[in-house]
Design a protein around this ligand. Structure first.
Ligand SMILES: Cc1cc2nc3c(=O)[nH]c(=O)nc-3n(C[C@H](O)[C@H](O)[C@H](O)COP(=O)(O)O)c2cc1C
Ligand SMILES: [Fe+2]
Ligand SMILES: [Fe+2]
Length: 397
């Protein structure tokens, strides 16, 4: 059975959700699933904006057929060539042989790489600022390179003031009947996943997200239609402001994040003592995670949210405890910057993790790193509590 939604007078959502997939991009846990959005514009011409992931192809094709209601498909606009959106291009061509495919030079290069498809006869090659008139609607195209791939672009419907924003403004999380952000408690139930999606997937490309936002802000946008997650038609400024923060590596919250690794529990104990002291000093909503327990994608996202971070880590074969080292590599790889950080380490015979962590942190931009570094020798002792108080002072001042 088809399962579609009317978005505006002429626009329909024909996407679908996957609640079975464990790891998005075989990388990020998605316990709340994910939606693959696709949209159909019914004008004098019919237009499909992106397809979906192979996993939801059956539902999508049924949705598309229903919305077209016997009409032919004139255009397929390919805003993003990643397979979670482009998987069904060849299927669309088979079903709608007269369809023209709209994309930029890079789009067509990628179509030829992914598919054995002769696209030349049906290619409508567009570049920045070009338009496509479909009847009463005029569509504009703007390039958003590296959000999230080099060929990525957005389509703006000047008639309805709708921005089809590709991966931008997307989020993990299946759509549960409600496809509009104003129909769900986005701040309490979706924001965490939206942050985790953006920071992990395009966190590295803050400058490119900024460039894309600058372009978007010149437009009068009444609605944001992303490729994942709910459609925005109210309070767009609130969500755009989150993107401003994430893409400039500006913390959202004045909160301390405690990230610890621990093999036998002694570093964990020291981290708990420190967190208690932070609370005594007035810190609220302290966030604390065991790096072996929580997937790095959540930790990276929390690091983007909080303005101060404590890393507590045992020494492991002369190095950093591997789960912590992985997380630090992730932070570095995502261009993480602009935070106040303190480190303490642990070691039974030669504690060197702290020094190595501080070296890694000092390779990130604009990090205020506390010196010196408390070093626990196996287990925290009373004579080190004063030194620990110095970490608290550094964090709260
Ligand atoms: C595989 C392995 C390698 C370790 N390598 C070192 C090391 O190179 N230097 C050191 O001082 N301690 C090393 N340790 C010991 C731990 O860092 C030390 O016991 C620490 O106190 C553990 O803290 P925890 O109780 O939070 O796990 C190693 C432990 C393990 C299991
Ligand atoms: Fe993507
Ligand atoms: Fe995507």
């Amino acid at each position: 059975m088809y399962c579609t939604k009317k978005v505006t007078e002429d626009l329909y959502w024909v996407g679908a959700s996957d609640r079975r997939l464990a790891l998005f991009e075989n990388m990020y846990p998605i316990p709340r699933g994910v939606s693959y959005n696709s949209y159909v514009l019914l004008d004098e011409k019919t237009v499909l904006l992106d397809t979906v992931d192979r996993s939801v192809s059956g539902q999508f094709l049924e949705n598309l057929e229903h919305v077209l209601a016997g009409r032919s498909l004139d255009y397929l606009i390919v805003n993003h060539m990643e397979p979670d959106h482009c998987a069904l291009i060849a299927d669309i061509v088979l079903r709608y042989p007269e369809v023209k495919i709209v994309g930029n030079t890079k789009t067509f290069g990628m179509i030829r790489q992914f598919f054995d498809l002769n696209v030349d006869s049906r290619a409508v090659m567009i570049k920045e600022g070009d338009t496509l008139i479909t009847g009463k609607h005029t569509l504009f195209f703007a390039m958003i390179p590296m959000v999230h791939w080099p060929e990525a672009m957005v389509t703006y419907d000047a008639y309805d003031k709708v921005l089809f924003s590709a991966d931008a403004f997307g989020t993990f999380g299946a759509l549960n009947g409600n496809i509009f952000a104003d129909e769900v408690d986005f701040e309490n139930q979706w924001l965490e996943d939206a942050r985790r999606y953006l920071t992990n997937i395009v966190g590295k490309y803050g400058a490119q997200v900024q460039a894309a936002l600058k372009k978007a802000l010149t437009l009068d946008i009444q609605m944001l239609c992303p490729l994942h997650g709910p459609v925005w038609r109210e309070n767009l400024g609130w969500f755009i402001d989150k993107y401003q923060k994430w893409s400039t590596y500006t913390p959202e919250d004045h909160n301390v994040l405690v990230l610890y690794g621990s093999i036998y529990g002694n570093t964990e104990n020291a981290a708990a003592v420190l967190a208690g002291k932070l609370a005594d000093a007035g810190e609220k909503n302290i966030a604390m995670y065991d790096v072996s327990v929580t997937d790095p994608s959540y930790l990276l996202s929390e690091a983007f949210r909080c303005d101060r971070i404590i890393f507590a880590c045992p020494t492991y074969n002369g190095g950093i405890f591997p789960k912590m080292e992985t997380l630090l590599h992730e932070l570095k790889a995502h261009n993480f910057q602009n935070r106040k950080v303190a480190v303490f380490d642990n070691g039974t015979w030669a504690a060197t993790a702290g020094k190595q962590i501080r070296e890694m942190l000092s390779q990130m931009k604009n990090m205020e790193i506390m010196e010196p570094c408390l070093s626990v020798k196996s287990a925290l002792k009373a004579d080190q509590l004063e030194e620990m108080d110095k970490i608290v002072e550094f964090m709260v001042r």
